[in-house]
Every structure is written in C-alpha cells, then in structure tokens.
Design a protein around this ligand. Structure first.
Ligand code: E4P
Length: 270
C-alpha cells in the first residue's frame, strides 16, 4: 500500500518524507488555508506559488494532488490545466484534484460537470484524483471518466453516521459499525465499508488503472482496515501517520531493553 501524507504543511511533508515511508502528498483548499495561515504568521514573505513548488520538490517524483476551486466544467478544466502547466514542470508530479460532483445546491444542476472535467483532463494525459467520493457508484463514474485515483472519504462517512444517530464522538475516535447494520448511508455502514466497496467495484469491473485512495482518515485503525480491504493508497494526516508507529508496549519494551544494557555489550559499539 502506498502512503500519501494528507497535508499542505511543508514542515510536516519534509518530516514525514524523512521517515522513508511516504509515497505522495494530497492537499485540498482547507489544508492550503492552514498552510497559508501558518506561512503568513511566520512572516517569511514566501508566496503560495513558491511554497507549492517547495512541496513538489520535497515529494520528488511522487504524486502531489492540487485541487481546483471552481464548480463548473469550464472553470475546473481551466484551473486544472493551469495547475498542471504551471506546476508540473517543477518536478513532473502534479495530480489535479477534481470533485466528483460540484453541484452545491444538490439540485442536479451541473452535477456532471466534475465528470466532464475529469474526462477532458484525462484525455489530455493529466492524472486526476477525484475527490469527495461518498458512494461506490461515484467511484465507478469517476473511473469511467478516466480518473487515475478515486478518493472515498472514510472519516466523513463515519462522522455522518454517528451524527445522524446522535452519538457523541471525538474527531480521532474509531467507529465500529459492528451490530449496527440498520445504521447506514445508502447501504454503506462505515467509512471502511465505503473504501472496501470502491475497491471491489473497480476491481470487479476491470478499472485496474484507477487506484482507490482512502481519504479522510482519522486514526491508525482505519488505515489498517483500508489496507486489509485492498485500498491501493491511503492518504494520512501527519498526526495519524505519527500515531501509527506507537504502542505502549513498544515504549515499555524499549525502556526495559535499555535498562538491561551491560557495559561489555555497549563497548562493542564504541
Ligand atoms: C484528501 O485528499 C482529502 O481532501 C482529505 O483526506 C479530507 O480529510 P478530512 O475529511 O479530514 O477533511
């Protein structure tokens, strides 16, 4: 499984790359906002364009998703082309992120603009990551339109199921759907279930060129379960990636081994 780091914070990207386990980066307008706020607070004076260039260089040849901000086919295609033409020459690793359905009124107007934009960009050879996927059928549509990645949002589905059920929960709490078969969103019982069904549907239908990129992950257990259901990629926030290396027994074991080091053994390393 490939691990992408889900952040636009250059410090987090650099640090997580130094661990040797990161294969790409995803950003979205909210993550860019956080990074820009931090950049402005630092008073560094670096422009957002040169900041993005630093992200692309840090990722080397690994894919970096940059999202469009428009909500019509025309705007998304124009912005996708701009992002690709302006930034891909830096390191050859730009992936354009397009929402599967940009219809903000929920009235169906423009509902296919996302798919039309995906098709236009994909036809030009531009890799597209399709975002805000909440159903396997959206994933199938995106793959048919030519997406290189589809991003099912696991955490937000779990949030929604718990909110609808009136449950109290913390942002990083794992959601276990066991025994809750009547709690579902159009048949999807959890975020991991959504990811699993996206993997199944694209696999069964032969869309092997489109990777399922599990997104909106909130805790290490979700990453584990997305790996177990065969998602090819997980995009993971920095804090969740950090938490994946931790276990209380590992800490305890390190302390015990360290306490047992005898001088004769230590001298071997001098
Ligand atoms: C990444 O591609 C997504 O935009 C991101 O994972 C969304 O995460 P969130 O639901 O925690 O905002």
């Amino acid at each position: 499984m490939e691990f992408f780091v889900d952040t636009a914070d250059l410090d987090e990207i650099r640090e997580s790359y130094s661990w040797g386990i990161v294969n790409g980066v995803t950003t979205n307008p909210s993550l860019i906002k956080k990074a820009v706020d931090k950049l402005n607070a630092s008073g560094s004076g670096q422009s957002i364009a040169s900041y993005i260039e630093s992200i692309l260089q840090t990722a080397g040849e690994d894919p970096v998703s940059l999202e469009v901000i428009g909500a019509t086919e025309e705007d998304m295609v124009r912005q996708g082309l701009f992002l690709y033409e302006r930034f891909n020459p830096v390191a050859g690793n730009v992936v354009v992120k397009i929402p599967v359905n940009p219809d903000m009124e929920g009235q169906g107007r423009g509902a296919f603009d996302g798919l039309k934009a995906i098709k236009q960009l994909a036809d030009r050879g531009i890799p597209v990551n399709v975002t805000l996927v909440f159903t396997p059928e959206q994933a199938l549509l995106a793959a048919k339109a030519g997406a290189a990645y589809v991003s099912p949002f696991a955490g937000r589905i779990d949030d929604d199921l718990r909110k609808t059920a009136g449950l109290k929960f913390g942002k990083t709490d794992y959601y276990a759907e066991e025994g809750e078969a009547d709690r579902h969103d159009n048949g999807i019982v959890s975020g991991v279930d959504l990811v699993s069904r996206c993997v199944d549907i694209l696999g069964m239908q032969g869309y092997d060129c489109c990777k399922v990129l599990a997104a909106s992950l909130r805790n290490p257990r979700q990453v584990r379960e997305c790996a177990l259901v065969g998602a090819q990629v997980a995009t993971i926030p920095f804090d969740v990636l950090s938490a994946m290396a931790s276990h209380k027994k590992t800490v305890e074991g390190m302390k015990a081994f360290t306490a047992d080091i005898v001088p004769e053994y230590a001298r071997l390393f001098d």
